[in-house]
Design a binder for this molecule. Structure first.
Ligand code: SF4
Length: 509
């Protein structure tokens, strides 16, 4: 008999679909017959805040009162594809739901949204602040939810509790929950994994910096380590993700969505600004045949309305296999700009296979900047790819990055011109300001300071070699880039909070 484990997905991340990372672990535990429970504390916690929101506490705030009155109607609407055909109704429903979440956070002094968690007193990149969150879990806005939920779950005395920590917006809540568990039972073994925990292990030179609170910090894929801890060495790790333990109809999107990862890491692994390269994460793909077989099996069980391929970049081999497949379900994911996407017939076959949206990291409209970042793409190809994908009826979600070390204002203006020139084949936009990965070679050569002064920060502040500092970049984005009418139209079309997770439904046919 193996010990029991509870796996927890902590708040806050977008509550639109089950977390792929925990589903992978759940599939492994199921296949090896290990007793386990899955708690999506993010979804449950947000729904708890919404249904327990005390309207009496809001005084004369009319927006909050309206949001409270329409709470159930808005939640149901977001789970129905129809509202995505009416952008203003959709925006109002999301803004109203977010209003309640935000007000619930405010009552505990937290800037809370459907996609973020910010504590003005504590930062998630300081180990001391995370320990402070663990010491006083009752200050967390999710405390009423997790104290009851975990209190019940702990009665079954699981030997292990695993947290999957992937985003900074989850860190303070993760530690508040760990603190609560440790106060209840100091012997419960806590395991901390996920991509953020992996980065922290690397920053700390493979040390467990939270010893005493966290029993095991797991870097990278957690299946093997989990089986080892649970006394199941030699168990099967090559398994299909398991979604049966998730409350699939409760997510805030037309459900079910099937998230699926075809590989770990990135096959390109070259972009100089990317944590994948800086942390030297290995690329571990599954064969296209296996991916398609697993997806077929999962579609047969779950009957999803949409498959979300969560990889950093779908490989050309996999895209080829998908183009020839017939899953009978719409799908979307991230891909690099590659030559085969310039082929109209190939893009049409992707569309026939169900591809509804492709996310594309274009980053810059200046070729010199792209070359300097080792993006491995040229703008002539980018232009042809955008036209071919859009022409095939596939939505494009374009990611741009400003303020990189080789960029100056002139280059940023070239990106503006490139975006305007292609505005009719860009459906959605994500604009980001560059952060310098702390472990990148550039961090050694540029003049740096610790970002946010945190010992766990994954990024470093740096003096821009061309004088194109963050404040100037931000000003350019707000006052010039976003103000251009052609670009403004795309930005207004891009969904708030849920961004790319909801975007495919606006093109859903
Ligand atoms: S393609 Fe994307 S994930 Fe891969 S190295 Fe470049 S930025 Fe990173």
């Amino acid at each position: 008999m193996h010990p029991k484990i509870i796996l927890i997905h902590p708040p806050v991340s977008k509550p639109s679909e089950p977390p792929a990372s925990i589903a992978k672990l759940a599939g492994c535990l199921q296949a090896n017959g290990i007793d386990h429970e899955i708690i999506d504390a993010n979804l449950e916690g947000i729904l708890y805040l919404l249904s327990n929101f005390d309207l009496g506490s809001t005084g004369s705030d009319r927006w909050t009162a309206r949001a409270g009155k329409h709470r159930e109607k808005n939640l149901s609407a977001l789970r129905d594809v129809e509202i995505y055909q009416n952008k203003s109704r959709y925006q109002r429903a999301v803004a109203d739901i977010n209003r309640l979440v935000s007000q619930a956070g405010k009552a505990s002094g937290i800037d809370l949204s459907l996609a973020d968690y910010r504590d003005p007193q504590l930062t998630p990149v300081k180990s001391g602040d995370l320990l402070a969150a663990a010491a006083q879990p009752q200050l967390n806005p999710f405390y009423p939810y997790f104290s009851a939920r975990l209190g019940d779950a702990l009665q079954e005395e699981p030997e292990f509790i695993g947290f999957s920590l992937n985003y900074l917006s989850q860190a303070l809540c993760t530690f508040a929950m760990i603190g609560f568990i440790k106060k209840k039972n100091r012997l419960q073994k806590i395991i901390l994994g996920g991509s953020l925990a992996t980065s922290w292990v690397k920053i700390a030179g493979n040390n467990n910096i939270f010893r005493g609170l966290v029993d095991e910090m797991v870097a990278g894929a957690g299946e093997r380590k989990l089986l080892e801890l649970l006394g199941c060495q030699g168990g099967t790790i090559d398994t299909t993700p398991g979604y049966r333990d998730f409350l699939v109809p409760d997510y805030l999107a037309p459900t079910p969505i099937l998230p699926y990862s075809t590989a770990q890491g990135c096959y390109w692994h070259q972009c100089s600004f990317c944590p994948e390269k800086a942390e030297d994460n290995p690329y571990l793909p599954q064969s296209p045949d296996k991916v398609l077989a697993q997806l077929k099996g999962l579609c047969g069980e779950m009957h999803p309305v949409l498959i979300h391929l969560v990889d950093n970049a779908l490989s050309p081999a996999l895209l080829n296999a998908l183009a020839q497949s017939d899953l009978g379900v719409s799908w979307y994911g991230f891909t690099r700009i590659t030559h085969h996407l310039t082929d109209d017939d190939f893009c049409r076959s992707l569309r026939r296979s169900g591809c509804t949206m492709l996310k594309l990291g274009i980053e810059s409209g200046d070729q010199e900047v792209l070359d300097s970042l080792h993006k491995g793409i040229d703008l002539t190809t980018v232009s042809r790819v955008l036209k071919a994908i859009h022409g095939a009826g596939i939505a494009t979600y374009v990611y741009l990055l400003f303020g990189t070390p080789p960029e100056n204002e002139e280059s940023a203006k070239k990106t503006l011109r490139f975006t305007v020139d292609h505005h009719d084949c860009i459906d959605f936009l994500n604009l980001a300001i560059f952060n310098l990965p702390a472990l990148s070679p550039e961090a050694q050569s540029l003049a740096t300071a610790n970002f946010y002064e945190g010992d766990l920060s994954l990024y470093k502040d740096f003096v821009h070699p061309l004088g194109w500092q963050r404040s100037a970049v931000r000003k350019f984005l707000e006052k010039t880039f976003k103000k251009h009418p052609a670009i403004n139209e795309i930005i207004l079309r891009t969904p708030d909070y849920f961004t790319s997770n909801h975007a495919p439904f606006f093109r859903y046919k």
